[in-house]
Design a binder for this molecule. Structure first.
Ligand code: NAD
Ligand code: FES
Length: 295
C-alpha cells in the first residue's frame, strides 16, 4: 500500500498527489515514470514522477483527471492509499551538461518538464522554461520552475503572460541562436509543432511520448511507437525520444484506440455515482507493503 501524504489542486482538472513510496523516491531519475493501480480491478495508469523527496520517502505525481480512473485517483485524500505503485520505469532523460536548454511544457505536460529543468540547472546548464495553458488557471508549476529557470508563461487566450501557443515564444528564443537542446512535453500536436520548429533551427529535441501503456515492461506491445522508421516500445525504450524522428500521426491515431470505452466508463460511473476505489491506509497493511517492482 502507498499512502497519500498530501494533495493539492493545481488547475481546474490537474491535481498534485504526494505519495509515500520510499524505495522509488531513493532511486528515481528525471524522465522516469510509475504505473499506479488504485485498487483491485482498477485500470493501470502510467504517470511521470514530477518530483521526489528521498528524505521524506515521497514521490510527487501530477494527474489530469480525464476519465473514471484518473477522477478516482485525484479524489484520494491523506490517509487513503493506492494499492500498487510500480516503478521507477522507463529510461532517464539524456541531459546536456553545459550550454542553454529550453524546456517546453504544454498544460499538464509541464509536470514532466519540471524535474528535467531542475536537473539541468543542478548541472549548471542555463535553462529557459516555456509553459502554456488555455488560460491563466491552466498554467501550472510556474513558481517551482522559476526556482531553477527563466520562465516564459503563455496562454492561448492571452489572459496571463504572453498571448499565444508555446511555439510562438519558442520561435523567438530559438531566433537568438544560442539554444543547445529543447525538451518538450505536452499534447501530441504541441510536441509535433515544437519538433517541426526546432528542425528548422537544427536544435536537438527530446519529446516524451504518452503512449497507451499496460504492463510497462515491454511485454504487451501496447505502447508501440515508430521512431526513425523503426518500432520502439515507449515503456522500455523511452518514454523520451528524438522529436525529429517520431511518427506523431501514428501516435495520435493509436491514442484514440480506447476513447469510446473511456467515455462510456466515465458516463456509466457518473450515472451510477460509483464511489472512488479509495483504500484506507491502515498501519498494519502499510507495514506489510510489498516491495516496489523496479527495473
Ligand atoms: P492543452 O491542450 O490545454 O494545451 C496546452 C498548451 O500546449 C497550450 O496552451 C499551447 O501552448 C500548447 N499547444 C497545444 N496545441 C498546440 C499546437 N497545435 N501547437 C503548438 N502548441 C500547442 O493541454 P492539456 O489539456 O493540459 O493536455 C495535456 C496533454 O499532454 C494531454 O493530451 C496529455 O495526454 C499530454 N501529456 C503528455 C505527457 C507526455 O509524457 N508526453 C505527459 C502528460 C500529459
Ligand atoms: Fe506493454 Fe510497453 S506498456 S510494451
Amino acid at each position: 500500500m502507498y499512502p497519500i501524504a498530501a494533495t493539492e489542486q493545481l488547475s481546474p482538472n490537474v491535481t498534485r498527489l504526494v505519495v509515500e513510496a520510499p524505495r522509488i523516491a531513493q532511486i528515481r531519475q528525471p524522465g522516469q515514470f510509475v504505473i499506479v493501480r488504485l485498487g483491485p480491478g482498477a485500470e493501470r495508469i502510467p504517470l511521470t514522477i514530477a518530483d521526489t523527496d528521498p528524505e521524506a520517502g515521497t514521490i510527487t505525481l501530477i494527474i489530469q483527471s480525464v476519465g473514471k480512473s484518473t477522477t478516482d485517483l485525484v479524489a484520494l485524500r491523506p490517509g487513503e492509499a493506492i494499492t500498487d505503485v510500480a516503478g521507477p520505469l522507463g529510461s532517464a532523460t539524456e541531459l546536456i551538461e553545459t550550454g542553454h536548454a529550453v524546456c517546453v511544457g504544454g498544460g499538464v505536460g509541464t509536470a514532466v518538464i519540471l524535474p528535467i529543468a531542475q536537473e539541468l540547472a543542478r548541472r549548471g546548464v542555463r535553462v529557459t522554461s516555456i509553459i502554456g495553458g488555455r488560460s491563466r488557471e491552466w498554467v501550472i508549476l510556474e513558481p517551482e520552475l522559476a526556482a531553477s529557470s527563466d520562465v516564459i508563461a503563455c496562454t492561448d487566450d492571452g489572459s496571463y503572460g504572453r498571448p499565444g501557443f508555446v511555439t510562438q515564444a519558442l520561435e523567438d528564443v530559438l531566433a537568438a541562436g544560442d539554444v543547445d537542446a529543447v525538451y518538450a512535453v505536452g499534447p501530441v500536436p504541441m510536441m509535433k509543432a515544437v519538433s517541426e520548429l526546432t528542425r528548422g533551427f537544427a536544435v536537438p529535441t527530446t519529446v516524451s511520448l504518452n503512449a497507451i501503456m499496460v504492463d510497462g515492461t515491454g511485454m504487451c506491445g501496447g505502447c508501440r511507437v515508430t521512431v526513425g522508421g523503426k518500432t520502439h516500445y515507449a515503456c522500455v525504450d523511452g518514454p523520451e525520444f528524438d522529436g525529429h524522428q517520431v511518427d506523431f500521426a501514428e501516435l495520435a491515431d493509436r491514442l484514440t484506440t480506447y476513447r469510446s470505452f473511456e467515455q462510456a466508463a466515465l458516463a456509466k460511473a457518473e450515472a451510477c455515482k460509483i464511489p472512488a476505489l479509495a483504500v484506507k491506509a491502515d498501519k498494519a497493511t502499510v507495514d506489510k507493503a510489498t516491495v516496489e517492482p523496479t527495473r
